[in-house]
Design a protein around this ligand. Structure first.
Ligand SMILES: Nc1ncnc2c1ncn2[C@@H]1O[C@H](COP(=O)(O)OP(=O)(O)OP(=O)(O)O)[C@@H](O)[C@H]1O
Length: 260
């Protein structure tokens, strides 16, 4: 083997050692319609990778396949080097793939603290209010509540929070389960303009040491938070790069980001 070949092999090995999520040829068809069409994606440890694209581009379908709620028609998903394509959603969550949903999933009738405690003690994201109380979960819930800085007392019921604080709580519930890969689906959807700066500040802190896949329509937020961005259009990857590359990409301009 030449020195150049050796260097390339080493570089490939380092790349694969750092890769947390690797997707190859991922495809989903609904009848004759192809919603996600042969998507490749590699996300290294610690990266915040955003998936953007116009409505109906296939972002949520892609997320559903990564989270395990939707079976791909073709392609593979590797997580930490292991093929998880056939692994069910609960087992993926147990292995560290955690999802905060587009539609708020918190329990409106219970307190803010209790929501976080239930999330901390959830076994692979299945909430069990009857599980034996563990002081460690209480502590993690309290710590997360401090980080969240929501405008509510711990004993306030979640239903009384502002929409922005509900979003924060929902993300906090995903974080308190200590995920390896966090899937964030539209964290700012429905959040009032006035609440956005606080949510952005929280998100920036919360995701610092995590590997995150983010779907988000707010382009400013995507450009600010992302290490890399993948742009989908009609199920296909049309561009990938760091925020500067994406802003400068003509195809992306035409498909999606008119005005940037
Ligand atoms: N279960 C389903 N059956 C049939 N078609 C579906 C199904 N789920 C999604 N689709 C279609 O697949 C395409 C991609 O949908 P998807 O929700 O993944 O897009 P998206 O990029 O997340 O859109 P948005 O930004 O509007 O949330 C859309 O045309 C949608 O109508």
């Amino acid at each position: 083997m030449t020195t150049t070949q050796q260097t390339e092999t080493n570089a490939a090995r380092v790349e694969s050692e750092n890769t947390l999520l690797r997707i190859e040829g991922l495809t989903k068809t609904f009848g004759s319609f192809t919603a996600v069409d042969g998507v490749d994606l590699s996300v290294p440890d610690g990266e915040l990778h955003s998936i953007i694209g116009p409505n109906g581009a296939g972002k949520t379908t892609l997320f559903n396949m990564i989270a395990g709620s939707l079976r791909p028609t073709a392609g593979t998903i590797h997580f930490r080097g292991t093929d998880i394509t056939a692994v069910d959603q609960d087992e993926r969550a147990r292995r560290g793939v955690s999802r905060a949903f587009q539609i708020t999933q918190l329990f409106p009738g219970v307190t803010v603290h209790e929501n976080l405690r239930l999330a901390a003690q959830a076994d692979n994201q299945r909430f069990n209010p009857l599980a034996t109380r563990n002081p460690d979960h209480d502590e993690r819930a309290r710590g997360m509540l401090d980080d969240l800085d929501v405008d509510a007392r711990p004993d306030e019921v979640a239903a009384n929070l502002s929409h922005g604080d509900k979003k924060k709580l929902e993300i906090g519930m995903a974080l308190v389960s200590e995920p390896t890969l966090l899937l964030l689906d539209e964290p700012t959807s429905g959040v009032a303009e006035a609440e956005l700066p606080a949510l952005l500040e929280f998100l920036t802190d919360a995701v610092t040491d995590l590997t995150v896949l983010l779907i988000e329509h707010d382009v400013d937020l995507v450009l600010e938070l992302s290490d890399r961005i993948t742009v989908l259009d009609r199920g296909e990857v049309i561009a990938r790069g760091d925020p500067e590359d994406i802003v400068a990409n003509e195809r992306v301009q035409n498909a999606y980001m008119g005005g940037y």
